[in-house]
Design a protein around this ligand. Structure first.
Ligand code: NOJ
Ligand code: CA
Length: 723
């Protein structure tokens, strides 16, 4: 890992009193010839310019500054922080335009009251960083972290807290720290009852948002609403919106650990307030002095694709804490899964039981033949009989059904280089799971299992935990209790070389950087809704996901359904895409693990199209969003991490559309064979989803590719490097 220089400078007003307004200018006075100029600029912009304006204004530092300002490295984003009217506030401009209007900051504690109004800026330091870090797996191998940082202390004379801002060219993050201090010893309990953070959106009546409701019974599994921002009530993040000017923004959070998730609640029109998911007793966060909140993040870009090409969330997470993670393996899998969702099989025992020894071996044969490394088996363990949704307490995570021989299948798989992928459905009974976790993970480890899909199917607010006094409590999937519970599972799994793919998770906030074995998660409406959802996923769903849910991290969407309408094209429950849009999803919806979700027999029927699923990698050295508008269409180009091949996936909503993609992303001086899987001339998702064409052509980086997408169609391309 390369680390660049970074420096911290105390500003000349380290007193608890008010400091005069000192708007930073863009003067780039170079004072230190020994340092790389790039790293120099932030010091000049923040510290020095504040100093200069203080001196020029002739005001002594003690009675000064209510505003401190910091720019992004290329100065396209400016953040100012003030204590105007004794209220800590920030505002953000982007290319000179208001991006976030003056917005409150602060926290409220049960015992201490508000850390917000009445607090003034007492100290500010600045810093900068330019470094690169390597992802063990990911959508790109190297990530650039170039930001300027402002650390500001607010004080009311008795107590103080710190607000830290990191400003990048693609957005910013800020977080609070409440250090131990006089009157706040490290062991004293602090209960947070309110977070005052607001995001004040200019001209909300003319800004468009793509959003799902926050704190609903179905967690994150909603179709997206498209509305003006003022029509939003309570929304999950990533919350993506476009200002009237065309600037795209997305509010989210990074590094959510030991804290409650933030939902956005609209107060007055345009004012979105942090609304932390409470514990069952109403407290929002239980903590102690010395704590730091997650980062509140705002991605900002001129174009929609700018949001997709940003690494802001990852950059605001801590580096890998697990050390050597070469055991975390991206890959592709098949599984005993879709049959249950279609009702051909059952999770529970009986004639239609899916998870039998023989069926698992059949899937393993299929996996080995077509190059998949894992077979997911759901319904292998005791507890599924009856209403498993309501009976989480009876799940055993160590006892298989009689017709599932775990020794035999894992041995059978090992001979063919195919791994059993573990499955633990908890139905939200997390104490039952916790009680068996060590034994359950040990059992899988013993059988060579390196990946477990976990499930927390329970309505929002209905996670069942039994507390230390034996009392049953009901928690939210994204409250502090569950935030810690999910991470506990990931950490326990890591000790055994196992990766976790969480379904019904808390939203992703980039923790895969710190815990690379948290390999994927659900956290949105996935493919399963097409089997039984009322309604199923609509054609625009996957044209919105990249700009919303996917900004947070990999999703186990489970693409690749080839029998799009098992009950006929007129049935309600069917897949509302063409076949080649299913292929495009493998490139568009990033995940280091991708499922070929359909039944083997449906792939055998269309082996020509299946070839793309066999070829497409799940680990990339580079990814570029090359075209897209939220809710309309998107195209991604990604380069395989282990070859010189590039891939492209493009998809559209319910509108047919054509556009050209410049192939300038391809390596120069390299010839490729483009293997194109596209909609046929008469394709459309509704009446003719199986009309597709596979063709090849020779291209280089100098060419353009014309894409013609049917209604809810897509194109998938492999650019095979030619020698
Ligand atoms: C919900 C998951 O998303 C799905 O993939 C799984 O099959 C069921 N839970 C049962 O565990
Ligand atoms: Ca689910």
């Amino acid at each position: 890992m390369l680390e660049a220089s970074s420096k911290s400078v105390d500003l000349p007003f380290n007193t608890p009193s008010k400091v005069a307004s000192a708007i930073a200018t863009n003067t780039n006075t170079n004072t230190n010839k020994n340092k790389n100029k790039k790293y120099q600029s932030v010091f000049n912009i923040t510290a020095l310019s504040i100093f200069i304006s203080c001196v020029l204004s002739g005001i002594s530092p003690e009675v000064q500054a209510k505003t401190v300002t910091i720019n992004s490295p290329s100065k396209n984003i400016t953040v100012s922080l003030s204590d105007d009217a004794d209220i800590p506030e920030y505002r953000v401009s982007f290319n000179g335009e208001d991006a976030v209007l003056a917005s409150r900051m602060g926290l409220v504690f049960k015992s201490l009251g508000e850390f917000g109004s009445g607090f003034e800026i007492s100290k500010s330091t600045s810093d900068s960083n330019q470094s690169r870090w390597q992802q063990p797996w990911g959508e790109r191998e190297w990530v650039d972290d170039h930001h300027n940082k402002l650390t500001t202390t607010f004080s009311n004379g008795n107590y103080h807290f710190i607000v830290e801002f990191k400003v990048f060219d693609d957005g910013l993050g800020f977080r609070y720290q409440v250090p131990t201090q006089k009157g706040l010893a490290s062991e004293s309990a602090l209960n947070i009852t309110n977070e005052l953070t607001e995001f004040s959106i200019p001209d909300a009546h003319n800004a468009t948002a793509w959003w799902i409701p926050g704190r609903g019974w179905n967690r994150y599994e909603y179709l997206y609403n498209t509305s003006t921002v003022n029509k939003v009530d309570r929304a999950h993040t990533p919350f993506t919106y476009k200002l009237a000017s065309g600037t795209h923004l997305s509010i989210h959070e990074a590094a959510l650990t030991d804290y409650a998730a933030m939902v956005l609640d609209q107060r007055r029109d345009g004012t979105l307030k942090a609304d932390l998911t409470p514990w069952s007793d109403g407290i929002l966060v239980k903590t102690k002095p010395g704590f730091t909140t997650p980062w509140r993040t705002i991605q900002i870009a001129e174009k929609a694709t700018g949001l997709l090409n940003s690494d802001l969330i990852l950059n605001l997470n801590e580096p890998n804490k697990l050390g050597d993670v070469s055991w975390v393996e991206p890959g592709k899998y098949v599984g005993i899964w879709w049959g249950m969702h279609l009702n051909e099989n059952t999770w529970g025992s009986g004639d239609k039981h899916g998870a039998t020894t023989s069926e698992t071996k059949r899937y393993m044969d299929f996996a080995a033949k077509y190059g998949f490394d894992g077979v997911l088996v759901e319904g292998w363990n005791l507890g599924w009989d009856g209403s498993w949704f309501h009976n989480g307490d009876v799940f055993s995570f160590t006892k298989p059904y009689d017709d599932f021989d775990i020794d035999a299948v894992s041995e059978y798989g090992a001979k063919q280089n195919v791994r059993l992928i573990g499955h633990h459905e908890t139905s939200g009974s997390v104490t039952n799971y916790r009680n068996q976790m060590n034994d359950a993970y040990d059992l899988y480890k013993k059988h060579g299992v390196t990946q477990i899909k976990t499930g927390y199917v329970a309505d929002g607010g209905d996670i069942k935990r039994v507390d230390e006094n034996g009392i049953t409590r009901h928690e939210w999937h994204d409250g502090q209790f569950m935030v810690n519970e999910y991470l506990h599972s990931v950490s326990e799994a890591a000790k055994r070389g196992i990766s976790i793919n969480t379904h019904e998770p808390v939203k992703d906030t980039g923790l895969r950087r710190t815990y690379p074995n948290w390999i994927a998660r659900e956290g949105a409406r996935g493919q399963e809704f097409n089997a039984w959802g009322t309604p199923p996923n609509n054609p625009e769903h996957t044209a919105i996901l990249p700009f919303t849910r996917m900004l947070s991290g990999p999703m186990d969407f489970t693409p690749g359904i080839f029998n799009l309408a098992p009950e006929g094209l007129d049935a309600v429950n069917r897949v509302q895409t063409t076949i080649t849009k299913q292929l495009a999803l493998y490139v568009v919806l990033y995940s280091p693990i991708q499922m070929a979700a359909d039944l083997p027999r449906n792939y055998v029927e269309r082996l020509d199209a299946f070839q793309f699923i066999q070829d497409v990698p799940t680990d990339w050295s580079e990814s570029i969003a090359v075209a897209g508008e939220v809710g309309d269409f998107v195209a991604f180009a990604r380069k395989d991490r282990h070859s010189d091949d590039w891939y492209l996936g493009a998809l559209t909503d319910e509108q047919a559309r054509s556009f050209d993609v410049e192939l300038s992303f391809l390596d120069n001086n390299q010839q490729y064979e483009a293997q194109i899987y596209r909609d046929g001339a008469n394709a459309n998702w509704l009446t003719n989803p199986y009309d597709y064409v596979i063709e090849t052509t020779k291209v280089t980086s100098k060419h353009n590719l014309s894409l013609v997408l049917a209604k809810s169609g897509g194109t998938a391309v492999r650019f095979k490097a030619l020698n």
